[in-house]
Design a protein. Sequence first.
Length: 359
Amino acid sequence: MRLLGFYLIMVLFLTSCGPLTDTFDDTPVPPIPTTEISGTDGPDLKPFPDAFAANQSLGRGVNLGDALEAPRDGQWGVVIVEQYFKLIKDAGFNSVRIPINWEAHAKKSAPYTIDWRFFARIDKVVSWALDQGLVVILDFHNYPDLMANPLEHQARYLALWQQIAGYYKNYPTTVLFELLNEPNDKMDTAQWNTISTQALALVRETNPNRNVIIGGVSSNAYDQIQNLDLPQKDRHIIATFHYYNPFEFTHQGADWVVGMDKSLSQTWQANAAEKAAISGQFFQVATWSLIQNRPVLLGEFGVYSKADMDSRILWTSFVAREAEKHGFSWNYWEFGSKFGAYDRSAKLWREPLLKALIP
């Protein structure tokens, strides 16, 4: 009996850690017909005139982080449920960015089929957002092997995007694609420009007018956006950057970043020097945007919960207003986890933080 009990425990452990080969369903899934998209008076398939109009519709948004970008749904403590979208809409947000770990739910060998059950889960989440009239970003998040060895994983990454684009080709134009979250590690500018160009070409085969979000390397750093090689004739591209400067302040105490325990108790007081540093970096992005005639999304910004709340409020408010001053849309990181504006346990917004985002 003890041996049997051991085996049962091992089975339960393995099934909780990730999809097993013999439980993976690689049945090809056709695109969802337009008529099956949920929503009452939701948006139709008429494209935005250009990326600037799409970016304006993104407005003020929030990331649904630590959920679907985990190796398994809910593994990092957050499970997205329908009521979150009404909370987000009622709070005054216009959009949601949904980080998604596609690669963890796809075959490792060609043709790299994505599990249809994962598509079904994403469908449900997207439908809840669209029902509330929110604009949706499907963010390709967490593919560390691609970052570590771009050439080896390039074919798989492109195959995943070919499936995603084909599957969602009939979805409303208020569903946007983001090609890759925070290219980093061995993914340098030359490699990312090559791979992103190929991915965009695959998307355009089935989604000629869908707006696509693309950021630079070094984890979507503000000073890397200028190195993007974007096709001049494609006017349905939104450039993005992420902002967590000063990093030692925004990530103080973060246990997933080496050395951040030494940064505890740092404050941000909104003095002239602190504000000037942020303003100067945002001005650099805005200058690029003006010269290139490209709209910009501030895709992530936030302060980890171990910082003092007064500093979090001051920094968050200043960054949000600075983004708006330059016409950037933004998505706060994030809804209800380690940076959360919403307290899922108390089922309440952290009002001072919410007001810093939406006065």
